[in-house]
Design a protein around this ligand. Structure first.
Ligand code: C5P
Length: 293
């Protein structure tokens, strides 16, 4: 393994996290909510690049860099510093560049995906590896969504984000993400919930052989944050209406605490669907992928 802190460079792709279903099943004594969620990762994301340097620095570029300060509050710097401390190492000497392609505070895990990406990237630095369980614990301390972003593969997520189990292989499908460029506060949506003790996800079948079987499973599920988010941020209802009006849309729903919503479609339909939404709503952020892990 190359030692990134001595020489060389490395990169990581931080995929968006999409909650295909998100049930809220309870609340812990510390106020955190218990979730039961299906999570997938389309090939739409931020890019993190690192080069050996004299000290640790972070530069943020890309379409959503505006308003993001590359200071010590940034989850990327917090993550690499926490990892160094946990490994008993000095701060790594790295020039980090984050290309911020995902909208911020948008329900698709952007900051968590970036933090997870820097933890993966640190595997290229001598002395900066932790046993898996310790790494997952550190990830959870950084944010409830960071552990699921470490592996970027389709899972059922339970607890607040610490309990992850692999899903059966999913059929091919396309996905379109739409964000109306309105930031949503996750704590505000959790606080506004009317029901916190909802049902778990229906039993997951041994396999989703066809896209029809996946869609019919998802039709029996929900995002329990969606109604509250639509009430506090009414433009989300417009996004959902625009997505569900498209004939190729098989299912549309909000991800996480919003405001990003997604449509699922047959693989190959996603670019056309995205182009039509972008044309009718030029101010919205629209992205598509048919490579979903
Ligand atoms: O863990 P993270 O910092 O991403 O969470 C942000 C906030 O969202 C928490 O402070 C908490 O208010 C809320 N939250 C929650 N239940 C979760 C995840 C987050 O109540 N499972």
């Amino acid at each position: 393994m190359s030692d990134l802190s001595m020489s060389g460079s490395a990169g990581e792709f931080a995929r968006a996290k999409v909650n295909l279903a998100l049930h809220i099943t309870g609340r812990r004594d510390d106020g955190y909510h218990l979730l039961d969620s299906l999570v997938v990762f389309p090939a739409i994301g931020d890019r993190l690049h690192a080069e050996a340097a004299d000290g640790l620095s972070l530069t943020i570029t890309g379409p959503f860099a505006v308003g993001l300060a590359p200071n010590s509050d940034n989850l990327v710097l917090k993550a690499i510093r926490s990892l160094a401390t946990a490994c008993g190492q000095p701060e790594p000497r790295l020039a980090l560049t984050l290309e911020k392609n995902l909208p911020v505070a948008s329900g698709i895990g952007g900051g968590s995906a970036d933090a997870a990406a820097v933890l993966r990237l640190a595997r290229n630095i001598a002395g900066m590896t932790l046993p898996t369980l310790e790494l997952e614990r550190l990830a959870l301390q950084l944010g409830a969504d960071v552990p699921v972003c470490l592996d970027q593969c389709a899972v059922r997520l339970k607890g607040i984000g610490e309990s992850l189990s692999h899903l059966p292989r999913l059929p091919d499908f396309g996905i379109v993400l739409v964000n109306p460029r309105v930031a949503v506060s996750t704590p505000a949506i959790f606080k506004g919930l009317e029901n916190r003790n909802n049902s778990c996800l229906p039993e997951i079948p041994a396999g989703f052989e066809t896209l029809t079987s996946l869609i019919s499973y998802l039709e029996d599920t929900r995002n329990d944050m969606q109604a509250t988010a639509e009430r506090l941020c009414p433009v989300i209802s417009q996004v959902l209406a625009a997505l569900s009006a498209e004939p190729q849309t098989l299912l549309s729903r909000m991800s996480g605490s919003g405001a990003t919503c997604f449509a699922l479609c047959r693989s190959g339909d996603e670019d056309g669907l995205a182009a039509r939404i972008q044309k009718s709503h030029p101010a919205w952020w629209v992205a598509s992928s048919n490579s979903v892990t």
